[in-house]
Design a protein around this ligand. Structure first.
Ligand SMILES: O=C(O)CCC(=O)C(=O)O
Length: 325
């Protein structure tokens, strides 16, 4: 059983709780780069494990140019401080954030040329097609994320947020440069995709209809109840982590001593011809408004429990300005 490399164990926390890393609680994601090109083997591994981690899948140059494209935008609103090297993504004072139109700002994050080249890359579409056993297309919505120092992401499965259409779909998490576990690395719970309690309960729910919040904030409790070990790695530019809608995951708190923000994106894909969850795809060209009108996807900024989606979806006024408490 491989231990996670470069682990800053004393900095490892989840939702403010120390995470005690032992061989029983934390292991390394299995790298499947050696299976690329063998569709059957890739699919077999994905189905058995509920995830596929591929080190060095994208050209790191593409990932780094995507990083620069996004950080230029985040620096414009003060999220990162360009008195430090831009690519370090050091936390800024966020002074501009209250004044910008968040509808157009977040749309500009999601539609940048480099960003789109990365998440719609033909090699990625081909890989996802191999895993889902058919030609695929992306969901229209995409989820770029900046995790500021102190922020992580609560435990959940994607299923309840994406359950109104086909079940032939999956998620891809892409770190946009290096992300060590203590910098907000994604963690997935080994074997959780096969857990019968999740399958028969939580995974039957619809996040909006049933008002779902994060599952729990205690990694030990979640581990004991739903899976075997937490799995993560020290991610590098080019890596991707594909996982199923039934795979329980979250992110460690970003405890970067340099106060670096963590930059990543999630994107989702479904088999072409299958019915998409209409919260995330519009075939009419209308604006996507999945969790009610007047909200934008902008994770973090101080709330954790995700009650009424507030950790990830913020209210804006008519001019698109954030309505923060
Ligand atoms: O990046 C994160 O913090 C969370 C990502 C996530 O939950 C997802 O990709 O489904």
């Amino acid at each position: 059983m491989e231990a996670v490399q470069n682990l800053e164990t004393e900095l490892l926390t989840f939702s403010g709780r120390p995470f005690v890393a032992t061989p029983e609680t934390l292991g390394e994601l299995v790298d499947s780069a050696d299976l690329l090109g063998d569709a059957m083997a890739l699919r077999a591994r994905y189905e058995a494990d509920g995830y596929l981690y591929v080190r060095g899948f994208h050209d790191p140059e593409l990932v780094l140019s995507t990083r620069r494209e996004l950080l230029l935008k985040y620096a414009t609103v003060g999220e990162v401080d360009d008195r430090h090297p831009l690519m370090d993504a050091i936390e800024g004072d966020r002074a501009g954030l209250r004044h910008v139109n968040m509808r157009t700002f977040t749309e500009s994050l999601r539609t940048g040329a480099r960003y789109e080249t990365m998440i719609l890359h033909p090699r990625l579409i081909e890989l996802v097609g191999q895993l889902l056993d058919g030609p695929v297309r992306p969901y229209d919505f995409r989820w770029p994320r900046l995790a500021r120092p102190g922020e992580g992401c609560g435990y959940h499965c994607d299923g309840p947020y994406m359950s109104r259409g086909t079940d032939r779909h999956l998620s891809v998490w892409t770190p946009i440069a290096d992300v060590a576990p203590h910098e907000g690395g994604l963690m997935i719970l080994e074997d959780s995709h096969m857990n019968p309690e999740l399958r028969d309960g939580y995974l039957q729910m619809d996040a909006d209809r049933d008002g779902l919040v994060w599952l729990d904030d205690d990694p030990q409790k979640v581990q004991a109840r739903y899976g075997s070990r937490w799995l993560t790695t020290t991610f590098a530019p080019g890596d991707i982590l594909v996982f199923s809608m039934n795979t329980l995951h979250g992110a460690f708190d970003n405890r970067s001593p340099e106060r670096r923000c963590r930059l990543s994106t999630d994107s989702r894909y479904l088999v072409a011809g299958e019915t998409p969850d209409p919260r995330w795809n519009t075939d009419t060209g209308e604006e996507l408004n999945p969790h009610g009108p007047g909200r934008v996807f902008y994770p973090g900024l101080g709330s954790w429990a995700n009650e009424d989606f507030q950790d990830e979806w913020k209210y804006v006024d008519e001019a698109g300005r954030l309505k923060l408490n």
